[in-house]
Design a protein around this ligand. Sequence first.
Ligand SMILES: O=C(O)C(=O)C[C@]1(C(=O)O)C=C[C@@H](O)C=C1
Length: 381
Amino acid sequence: MSESNTPLVSLDDLRQSIDSIDTQIHDLLNRRASCAKQVAEVKLREFAAAQQFESNTDSSSSQQLLFYRPEREAQVLSRVKAANKGPLADDTVAFIFREIMSACLALEKPMEVAYLGPLGTFSQAAALKHFGHAVVSVPQSSIDEVFAKVANGQCHYGVVPVENSTEGMVSNTLDAFINSPLKICGELELRIRLNLLVAKGGKDTPITRICAHQQALAQSRQWLDAHFPGVERAAVSSNGEAARMAAEEEGVAAVAGDMAEQQYDLLQLAANIEDQPDNTTRFLIIGREDVAASGSDKTSLVVSARNRPGALFKLLEPFQKADVMLTRIDTRPSRTEPWTYVFFIEFEGHRDDSKIIDILNDIEQHSIMFKVLGSYPKAAI
Ligand SMILES: O=C(O)C(=O)C[C@]1(C(=O)O)C=C[C@@H](O)C=C1
C-alpha cells in the first residue's frame, strides 16, 4: 500500500480530536463573551462617573455611552489576520472573528442598523458583513431615510453605498452628507455579483420587463443589451424591490444578488451578469459619534472653495506638502448657488494626528464651507 493510502490516524480518532477541540473552542468563546459583558459594566461605570463629574462642574454633557467601538474591532480583525498561520485563509479567520465580536457586542448592547431596503439588498449584505449577524438590520425606503433614522436616534448606525467600481459615485449619498450632522464611522467593500431572477415556475414565461436599481441596470447594461434587446427596463428603488416585484408579477425579471434571490425564493435564469468581473461597491457606516484612532484610518471632509483661480490647488496643496495620501476626490453642485461646487476629499490618517490637524487648519482657511465628515478605520474585511 502506498504511503498516501495508509491512514495514519483513524476517522474515529480524528473525530475525537475534533470533539475535544470543539469543547475547548466552546469554553473559550464563553470566556470571551463573559469578558465582553464585563467590558460593558466597565463602560457603564465610566459613563456614570463622567456624567457625575460633568454635573458637578456644571458643564454640558457631551459624553456618550458607546458600546460599539469601531476602532477596537478593526484592530482585532487586523491582528487576527496578521497572526494567521493557516490553513484557514486570512479572510476566513477575519469573518469568524467578525461574528464572534458581533455576538459579544450583542450581549453588551443589541444594535439596530438602518440600510436601504427592502430585505435582500446589497446594502443589507453590507450591513451584515460589517457588523456581523447579531445586529438587527432595519430596512429603510431610501438613502435619506437611512440618514434620518440614525440622526433621530431610532437606529444606532446606518449603512449607505457611496461608490461603485463600474458606475462611480452614489450622488444621493454624497448630497445627504452636506447637510447631515452624522459622522462616517467606517467603510467596507462588497463584491457585487448580479443575477437575472424570475419567479419560481416562471422559467418559460416570456420576460416583458426587467427591473432593478438604476445602478444594477447600468452595471449589467451590456449583458442585457446582448441577451434581452428591446425588453423594457425599469429602474426601481432597490434591487430588493425588483426581486419582490419579480416574485409577484408575471413576466417581470429582476437583476439582483444572492440575498434577494433567497429572500424572495426566486429562480436564477443567469448568474454573474455584471459587465465588469470585479464589480465592487464601497459602503460607508454612518453614526452620531466620532471614532477614536485605530492606527490605520481614513478621514473624509466636504469643503467648498472660493470661486477663484487656483482655489482647488490651494485645497489640495497641504496634502502634497505633508506627504499625506489622497484616496478619493469627488465634486458635487453646492445647491446653494448655480455653478458653485463642493469637494469631497478623502485621505489617509486620523483627524487627531498632529499632521492631519495642521492640514485641516490650513484647508479651513482657504474654504468657505468646511466640514470633517469623520475619521474611521480603513476596511479590515
Ligand atoms: O473592547 C471593547 O470595547 C468591547 O466592547 C469588546 C468587543 C469585542 O468583542 O472584542 C465588542 C464590541 C466592541 O465593538 C469592540 C470589541
